[in-house]
Ligand binder design. Structure first.
Ligand SMILES: Nc1ncnc2c1ncn2[C@@H]1O[C@H](COP(=O)(O)OP(=O)(O)OP(=O)(O)O)[C@@H](O)[C@H]1O
Ligand SMILES: [Mg+2]
Length: 428
């Protein structure tokens, strides 16, 4: 349980860290991209202001003066294209690489002829009249390469960073879970110890009350409180045994069960045992499809699951109703044991809770009929201990169906499995 808990926390942490890491990479790449673009714009602006003095606007058309070659724009000129256009957008001359020989008035970045360039253009005015345009084009390869390299580095680092996160979270969740583990362990031990301690007096009270009742009735004496004391002692014994069983199931670490059992045989023997009680309450108990299915489990576990489900079917079905039991092997992987009744049903809002300990849909009614609300939690714990699942469908007033799915064993031997230390009990 706690190992799973640790893994779950570690996986959640790695999942969330991965999402954060991806977000971080994207934000980082965007930051790189925009700040490099901004610095390119800054560079274009500086160069444009320097070149402004090197353009002769006195003639009809703007021209670069010769001394442009010696101005401070020299380093920029080897990569930057500097173009002069006339007022109608026709290219007049250029320095540096040709770039894209077209005037772009609206764009800040263009891609054409295999070039991707950052653009800055400015109007050239002479005596209040537009005489042409100066356009600067700077390749963006450097910016794109930097951004790409940043992303590649982050991707290459991702497995190391995330494994580190995973390892740390596994260690930290182990430390965080330790006190909870100790607390739950102490609680389980307490329930088991309390169960053991209560079991003996409960058995003694029950046995003595029954014997006293017998003795008194032999002498023709009737003491009206005694049957109530007997029933209460029996109920107490039943609750104590169920609590001990749950404590044992909680503390049990799954270990491979040696040997397999035929589920059909167990169902048939439990049905034979319950038959008279169903007859007595005038409920029709019918076995339906009964496939042979070998399951790797303890005989007592399957027996207990069935007894609890049949006990409920008997308890919550009115006389004249019907209960059907089937055992269907689906393909070769699993067997489904269905216990279906035409009883009072379970309201939809209670379906999720009925497997919780001490939960009863109608507490007063269940208590009156001897129920303590532990039966289905035992069913679920036992089913899970055999790697199975239990489902319920129900409609109030119509009936309820419990389906227990168990994995079919690959082995065909009929050796009985190990047994639980605690005697498995159901209310009688
Ligand atoms: N077949 C059923 N039809 C209608 N209600 C059911 C049925 N099975 C279970 N329930 C409801 O689910 C509750 C929980 O069942 P569960 O078997 O855990 O407890 P219980 O039968 O009351 O007591 P216990 O089994 O411990 O003697 C019951 O109190 C009952 O309200
Ligand atoms: Mg029950």
């Amino acid at each position: 349980m706690f190992k799973n808990f640790r893994w779950q926390i570690a996986l959640w942490f790695v999942g969330l860290s991965s999402a954060n890491y991806v977000a971080l990479c994207l934000v980082g790449a965007m930051y790189f991209y925009t700040s490099l673009s901004r610095s390119m714009d800054e560079e274009l602006k500086v160069v444009a202001s320097q070149i402004g003095h090197a353009i002769d606007l006195t003639g009809n058309k703007p021209v670069f003066r010769d001394w442009l070659r010696v101005v401070e724009t020299e380093p920029a000129r080897s990569i930057m294209s500097m173009q002069l256009f006339d007022d109608s957008g026709v290219l007049l001359e250029h320095y540096g690489p040709l770039g894209i020989a077209k005037l772009f008035q609206d764009e800040t970045e263009v891609a054409a002829n295999g070039h991707k360039l950052r653009i800055r253009h400015s109007k050239l005015i002479h005596k209040g009249k537009l005489v042409g345009y100066l356009q600067l084009q700077l390749p963006v390869d450097n910016r794109d390469d930097c951004t790409r390299e940043f992303l590649i580095t982050m991707i290459v680092m991702a497995p190391f960073v995330l494994s580190g996160f995973g390892l740390c979270s596994y260690i930290v969740s182990g430390i965080a879970a330790r006190p909870i583990e100790q607390l739950v362990g102490a609680l389980q031990r307490f329930v088991a110890d309390a169960g053991h301690e209560l079991n003996t007096p409960a058995c003694i009270v029950q046995a003595r009350a029954q014997s006293l009742e017998r003795k008194l009735s032999k002498n023709g004496l009737i003491f009206s409180d005694l049957p109530i004391i007997c029933a209460a002692a029996e109920r107490m014994g039943h609750i104590v045994k169920n609590l001990m069983l749950l404590a044992e199931l909680d503390s049990k670490h799954k270990s491979p069960v040696k040997g397999v059992i035929n589920v059909k045989d167990i169902i048939m023997s439990v049905l034979a045992e319950f038959g008279p009680r169903f007859e007595e309450k005038q409920i029709c108990l019918t076995p339906e499809d009964m496939d042979d299915a070998m399951v790797s489990a303890e005989q007592e576990s399957v027996d207990c699951i069935l007894r609890n489900l049949l006990e409920n079917a008997l308890r919550y079905t009115e006389p004249g109703g019907a209960v059907r039991v089937s055992c269907v092997a689906t393909a070769t992987t699993e067997v489904i044991i269905n216990v279906e009744d035409t009883g009072i049903g379970i309201p939809e809002e209670s379906l999720a809770q009925i497997f919780e300990r001490f939960y009863r849909v109608d507490a007063s009614r269940s208590r009156a009929s001897g129920g303590s609300g532990l039966g289905l939690s035992i069913v679920r714990a036992l089913t899970e201990s055999i790697n199975g699942t239990v489902d319920v469908t129900s409609e109030p007033g119509t009936g309820t169906r419990f389906s227990v799915k168990l994995p079919i064993s690959k082995y065909k031997s009929a050796t009985p499995g190990r047994s639980l230390h605690t005697t498995i009990s159901t209310v009688k």
